[in-house]
Each structure stands twice: as C-alpha cells, then as structure tokens.
Write a protein that binds this ligand. Structure first.
Ligand code: ADP
Length: 421
C-alpha cells in the first residue's frame, strides 16, 4: 500500500515532486489525471496524481482534487500532500486556497502547513514573504506571468485572501530552533483555530526540520522542497524499508528520439549544443503552417536515422519567430498547431520502433502524453534536477520517457540524457 498520496496541480510539477521522493528513498509512481475506480493501485511507496488544475476554473480544480483524494484514501495512503508551484502560482481568483480548504474538510482536519520554499531553486520564504533569488516574488518577473500573475509576495496575505480560514506565520527564528520548536508552534496555531501556518525556510536544513515536525500532519501543502523530509518519517516509524535503488527501472530497448516544443532559452541552447553531436531537424511552422506537411517531412527525415543515437526534432524558435506565427494564427492556435504536430510525430515514431523518448516543454509534454495514451509513469533516476527518466505505461506499451519542463537542464542536457542507456 502506498504511504504518501500526492495531488499535484500541474504535470511537470508532479514529476518534480515524484523525483524528490525517489531521491529521498521512496519508490514513486505518477498517475496521469484523476484515477478511475478501476485503476490498479501501483506497487509504490508514494503515488502522485498529476492534475492540470492550476489554471482551471476554481470549481473544477476543487472537484478534481477531491476525486483524486478519494482515490488515494481508498488506496490506503497514510499522509496526503497537495503540491503547488514553488512560486505559489495561483490565479487572481486563487485555486490554492479553495483546494486546500476542500482537502482539509474532506479529511476532517483543521490545520495544514503552507511551504512553497525550494532553496535549491532559489525559492525561499522569510517572514512569510516569498523570494525568487534576491527578489520578492512580485518583482521577480512572476508579476507578469501570462496565466498566473503574482503581484503580492506575502504568503499570509495571499492565503488569507484565497481561503475561508485564518492564516498564521511560523517565522525563521522558530524554524532555526529545530523540529521540536516547529512542532510546538504548529500545535499553538492549530490550538488558536488558525487553519494554515505559513512557514519560513531558507535552506534544506530548515526543510528537513519542518519535515520532521509534520510527521503527524494528515495534509501537507507545499512545493516539492518540503517533501524532502517526509520519507525519513516513514523510515523512522518502520513503515518504509531502506530502498538501495528506489529509481531502478527495467531496461527498455529500442530507437531513441528527442522532441522539443519549448522555446525557452535553456531548451534552445540545448538544441544548439545537440547540433554538434546528434542529427537535428528544425521544423519551421512559420514557413509551413500545415500539420500534414510538417509531419511528413519529419518522418521522412527521421526514417533512416532512427537507432540507438537519438534523433532530435525541434519546433523551438526564437521569440521573434514565435511571435510571427502567433500573429498569423493567434496565440492559441499557434501553440496547438505545434503541440499537435509534435504529438503526432511522437506517435508515428513509436510505431517505427522508438521506445526511448525525451520531450522538452511542459505543454508539449502534456500533448504528447495524452496522444500516446500514457496512464502512469514509474519514476527513475534523474538526468538533471527535477527531470527523471521514467517508465511510461498505458496504451503506448512500455516506454522509457523523460519530460523536461522548458527551463530545466544544462546546455548538454540532450547529449547526455541517453549517455547511460
Ligand atoms: P515551456 O515548458 O518552455 O513553457 P511549453 O511546451 O509549455 O514549453 O510551451 C511552449 C509553447 O510554444 C507550446 O505551446 C508550443 O507548441 C509552442 N511553440 C513551439 N515552437 C513554436 C514555434 N516555432 N512557433 C510558435 N509556437 C511554438
């Protein structure tokens, strides 16, 4: 039976959390979307249900999260984790508060922690204020995010505005005093009828102390950072065996491919680096905005090149080219065109023997995974922080799959990803 049941509000965020749990000794499986009553409970220590609820209307975010919780409870989990982004991405109407309220209510609990801190990625919380590097959240660029603009860095304010409950703070001084002091402070807040405790955290030592302090909390909410301390609680309680290799995956043989739809700076430099070592095809949706033409040209090109060495097919382009296509087709149609073509290319490559696939881009990954009928991902070793190899299962058959959110990974990511295969 799984010990920890997690609900993630977006797809690559779910993988990031799953990877954190594997790194800390839990065998973890990620399920795509709300599992149905008949979905088999995976043999794993932790299960992460990946939803797309971050920017969904509040009512459907709540409803999907509750459905995921009901499934995880039926699966026998002992503790639950609501995962959101380490930049607390929430719409101005705010999905995090209502979802957390509903999960607490369903569990019959009165208190939960709020902890988006992820110091390894420079997200820290001090006096309840969220920093990205040296900038407050609302001065970090997140205030201009197209879908979830964050114009306030004060998590106590943000959560109080989104939730129907009261919100308190456990500040740095208490956190630095260690797990016992944190547990006492959590108990005091809960005793005063306060529903949420925002907790400061500046480094991994703080996150591990917080993790120890929340061993007995039924619901934890946070970014993937605060999950690092949870596996140790289960080990201490004798519930989790020492897993020497929690990310071990069965070998999968077959041809290799990389599909890139992210236009982030990181992904574009990874493509440029790959051009020195690997066969790379750059799709030009601006010159050929016809999905059939793009699909056929990609498959013709890949045909004789498929094998152990990965082929790279990239739609990724510089901001001017992206803007030009968006101007021509509209923002949404441009995105859908490219995502749809890459998803169909993925499907056709699988039919031609590709069994090891890496996809770059959050939305692009979502499109590919849906098209291939992936239902679950068993999480393996990390290629780079937050990007693990996985074993994908579903109607696609066993597939070695890695999903990279656009900005993750160093310049040689593509050339190194398959190095140990
Ligand atoms: P990231 O993780 O970097 O945000 P996403 O896949 O989420 O990457 O988003 C990138 C978006 O850009 C996708 O909707 C993709 O279809 C679109 N896109 C990719 N290449 C192009 C291009 N050449 N022109 C216009 N849009 C593109």
């Amino acid at each position: 039976m799984p010990l920890l049941g997690c609900i993630a509000d977006d797809f690559t965020g779910a993988t990031d959390l799953a990877s954190m749990l594997v790194r800390n000794g839990m065998r973890t499986v990620q399920l795509i979307g709300v599992p149905t009553a008949g979905t088999e409970v995976p043999q794993a220590d932790a299960v992460v249900v990946a939803l797309k609820s971050r920017t969904a209307p509040v009512a459907s975010a709540v409803q999907e999260s509750l459905a995921a919780l009901a499934w995880l409870r039926a699966a026998g989990c002992r503790q639950y984790f609501f995962k959101y982004c380490s930049t607390f991405d929430s719409t101005t109407r705010g999905n995090i508060g209502p979802v957390a309220d509903a999960l607490l209510h369903a569990l019959g609990e009165r208190f939960a922690l709020i902890c988006p801190a992820f110091p390894a990625n420079e997200r820290t919380v001090y006096q309840g204020h969220l920093f990205v590097g040296s900038r407050l959240l609302n001065e970090s660029g997140m205030e201009k995010h197209p879908l979830t603009p964050m114009t306030d860095a004060d998590l106590v304010h943000l959560m109080a505005a989104q939730s129907t409950g009261e919100v308190g703070l456990i500040s740095y001084r208490t956190v630095a005093a260690g797990a016992e002091a944190i547990a006492t402070a959590l108990g005091e807040l809960a005793g005063q009828g306060i529903r949420y405790g925002v907790v400061d955290a500046l480094d991994d030592g703080h996150l591990r102390a917080i993790g120890t302090a929340i061993a007995g909390q039924v619901l934890v909410t946070g970014g993937s950072g605060v999950a690092m301390g949870l596996p140790e609680n289960f080990r201490r309680a004798g519930l989790l065996a020492a897993n020497p290799d929690p990310g071990a995956l069965p070998a999968v043989s077959g041809a290799a491919a990389i599909l890139a739809g992210s236009c982030s700076r990181a992904t574009r430099s990874q493509i440029a680096a790959a051009e020195r070592h690997l066969p790379v095809l750059r799709l030009d949706p601006l010159a050929q905005p016809d999905p059939e033409v793009l699909l056929t040209s990609a498959l013709d090109w890949a045909g004789s090149r498929l094998g152990r060495i990965p082929v790279v097919i990239a739609a990724s382009a510089a901001p001017e080219a992206v803007a030009a296509l968006q101007e021509r087709l509209g923002r949404q149609r441009a995105g859908e065109l490219v995502e749809g073509v890459l998803a169909r290319i993925a499907e056709a490559l699988l039919a031609r023997g590709v069994r090891r696939l890496l996809v770059a881009g959050g939305e692009t990954s979502g499109a590919v995974v849906s098209r291939l009928g992936v239902q679950r991902l068993r999480i393996g070793r990390e290629i780079a922080p937050g990007v693990p190899w996985t074993l994908a299962e579903g109607t696609c058959g066993p597939l070695r799959l890695a999903l990279k959110s656009g900005n993750f990974g160093g310049p040689e990511f593509f050339t190194q990803a398959f190095a140990e295969d």
